[in-house]
Write a protein that binds this ligand. Structure first.
Ligand SMILES: NC(=O)c1ccc[n+]([C@@H]2O[C@H](COP(=O)([O-])OP(=O)(O)OC[C@H]3O[C@@H](n4cnc5c(N)ncnc54)[C@H](OP(=O)(O)O)[C@@H]3O)[C@@H](O)[C@H]2O)c1
Length: 209
């Protein structure tokens, strides 16, 4: 079993690589530049860019995680090319392989961009279109829709009910990585879309098993 992590050098990506290697897996880390720190952890590093042909990264992979993002410092053009089009092309490439699960790190707001945070509406639309493409692909999917990400220490406690107070819609990156690692080894999470924030439930209670 090989899991491809797209966006492996990102903050969630790196934590996820650490967690998967710690449980004895050898994930494939797709990065844009050499990443000896990920190889040192035990990952197989492949260099590819979401704005180019990255089909080669999928060879022999049976699980895919998309946790790339263009970030807040680039413009709406990159949100379209990386967050939306990159994710949609990842789904297309995955369809050419016997993929058992595609885990999409989506976002709060993607379920209904018209009623999500106004400041990130164009991003929410891009995330929604990528999610819809995955849903329509026929691939076994798990979609996580985290609230605003923080770098606080992990809590290990979750809620899959998005609070109505937008300020309370938060989750640590480390907890999102743990939830992703959990989904990858829990077939019962396939076919689910989870809004995800820090809350009061342990992982199994929040995400099922
Ligand atoms: N920020 C939030 O509050 C929030 C909320 C909900 C969901 N999310 C989603 O959570 C996910 C991960 O967040 P994060 O904080 O871990 O992100 P991050 O640290 O910014 O990492 C994003 C990664 O995407 C990679 N990337 C960007 N453009 C690329 C391209 N053209 N080709 C290949 N890789 C590319 C970056 O590569 P380099 O290392 O080479 O730059 C980086 O490693 C994203 O999907 C984001 O949309 C974020």
């Amino acid at each position: 079993m090989t899991t491809l992590i797209i966006g492996a050098n990102g903050q969630i990506g790196q934590t996820l690589i650490k967690q998967l290697c710690a449980r004895g897996e050898r994930p494939r880390a797709m990065v844009r530049a050499p990443a000896p720190h990920l190889a040192k952890l035990g990952a197989e590093v492949v260099i590819a860019d979401l704005e180019q042909d990255f089909s080669g990264a999928f060879k022999s992979c049976d699980k895919i995680v998309f946790t790339a993002g263009s970030g807040a410092s680039t413009g709406a053009d990159k949100t379209i090319l990386v967050d939306m089009w990159g994710a949609m092309r990842a789904v297309n490439y995955a369809k050419q392989h016997p993929v058992k699960q595609f885990v999409m790190i989506s976002s709060r707001g993607a379920e209904d961009p018209d009623n999500g945070p106004a400041a990130i509406k164009h991003y929410s639309v891009c995330k929604k279109l990528a999610d819809d493409h995955l849903l329509q692909s026929g691939l076994p999917y798990t979609i996580l829709r985290p609230g605003r990400l923080t770098n606080e220490p992990a809590t290990g406690l979750f809620s899959t009910t998005m609070p109505s107070d937008k300020e309370a819609q938060m989750i640590t990156r480390e907890d999102v990585a743990s939830a992703t690692a959990y989904c990858l080894q829990t077939p019962g999470t396939i076919g689910n879309i989870y809004p995800l924030v820090n809350g009061r439930e342990p992982m199994e209670a929040a995400l099922g098993h």
